[in-house]
Design a protein around this ligand. Sequence first.
Ligand code: MSP
Length: 510
Amino acid sequence: MGRFYITTPIYYVNDAPHVGHAYTTVNADALARWHRLMGDDTKFLTGTDEHGQKVADAAAKNSVSAQEWTDVTSQRFREAWDALDVSYDDFIRTTEDRHRETVQTFLSAVYENGYIYKGTYRGLYCVSCEDYYTLESSDAGKCPVHGRVLSEMEEENWFFRLSAFQERLEAHYAANPGFVTPETKRNEALSFIRGGLRDISITRTSIDWGIPVPWDEGHVFYVWYDALINYLTAIGYGRDADEVATWWPASHHLIGKEILRFHCVWWPAMCMAAGLEPPAHVQVHGWLLLRGQKLSKTMAAEGQVRLTDIAPTTLTGEFGVDPVRYYLLRETALGNDGEFSHEGITHRYNTDLANNLGNLLNRVATVVGSKCAGIGPAPDPHSALAGVAREALGEARDAWESFSPQGGLEATWRLLSATNAYLEEHEPWKMAPGPQVESVLGDALEVLRLVAVAASPAMPGVSAAIWSRIGLEGTPVERTFDESVLWGQYPAGRAVLKAEPLFPRIRVDA
Ligand code: MSP
């Protein structure tokens, strides 16, 4: 049993959450739930990133104060995560006092260690990215991500001496091959480092919506320099040394690929500058695409999609909470881009949930009803399915342990397919009541028990429903995965509920 601290990026509150944000959060949630199931001491952090120009502009556009704007929008993220059954342990807002204190303590340490100096910044900036560009890295003066003309900036600022960390970062990557996964993203970060690092302007005088620089009144920190430190605020940096020692550096940051440089280059260097170890691991994922383009607030603003159509709460209303979670986890491997569509969710729902899992549950309940008077029999300790289950769940375990919810679910669903095939082969619905039919049905009930455990990080509600329908007490997550998945624990003598299908098929018009 170990310790597992997982974080999502903190989301900008310039607008409402969409399914792209849900992709990261649901993956982080499933991984947190997996580690709890493994018996690991787990902490799962998410939250909102509330400072900076972009958020200040959004508030001004809506004629409210920045604080009022962030209060309302941050709440919308909480609501979305509640609707998706996200089990975060802490929700951080960067406008909280605890965060201001940690940022000031952390950056004062960096300052005292000699890595912050005063200079003049002249260059290009994209407010949508909250990021700097040079003429060479821009698209002829436009932002390569947002296509907007970049603003020219000239300010006297404080700079972080990122250039001093090139060798130390390279050494860190060499000594920690698993620091960034997948490998392609690790290589991308490393080649950025090898390409040479420039110092970064980390304060602003042009805006005041930010955390004040403790040693220079009138300056606030650049939003990224405040935001990254949230991962330490939540574990009490500057306030509780024991708490920090408990969770750091055993930390895993799950992030989208567009914020790789901040997390894989700037952040480890900032930690080193403050005299702290870098986080253990950054897991990078790809984008959900809509017709080949990154699904984003910008797309919605341009009228290419309605924000309500891609709002997490709209989708959960349409398909149910766990089907949306399942789709997000199962469809796209962490690291790849994936096309998002309502047709895609419908297809996954009908194929994997209604046909495979739902079908098994309904069939078993029906036949237990007709052949065993509704009372579940025990599995055969030597069933052919026992080996299949051991293998599939062993693979599922390895996949979850290596940050692959998709692989975990794929392996679990192989067990379901094998069990449906097993029923097709034995046709218990044609058998006479007696020990033979009981053993086949007991095996199928045992598989349902195992699947309720193995699918619980992805579909907590559905897993609990299966658990109680097959007559089990408590919940599928009361014991650790390793204890639960040993074959043969389904007890005989429990009433198996025959009820409405958990996943009524969605009709698809041809
Ligand atoms: N505030 C910064 C992060 C600071 S972390 C210290 C930020 N916020 S964001 O709201 O723009 O996006 C955050 C994350 O949302 C992305 O890194 C990514 O994980 C997720 N996604 C946003 N759109 C997405 C898709 N279309 N697809 C997948 N993930 C997406 O950047």
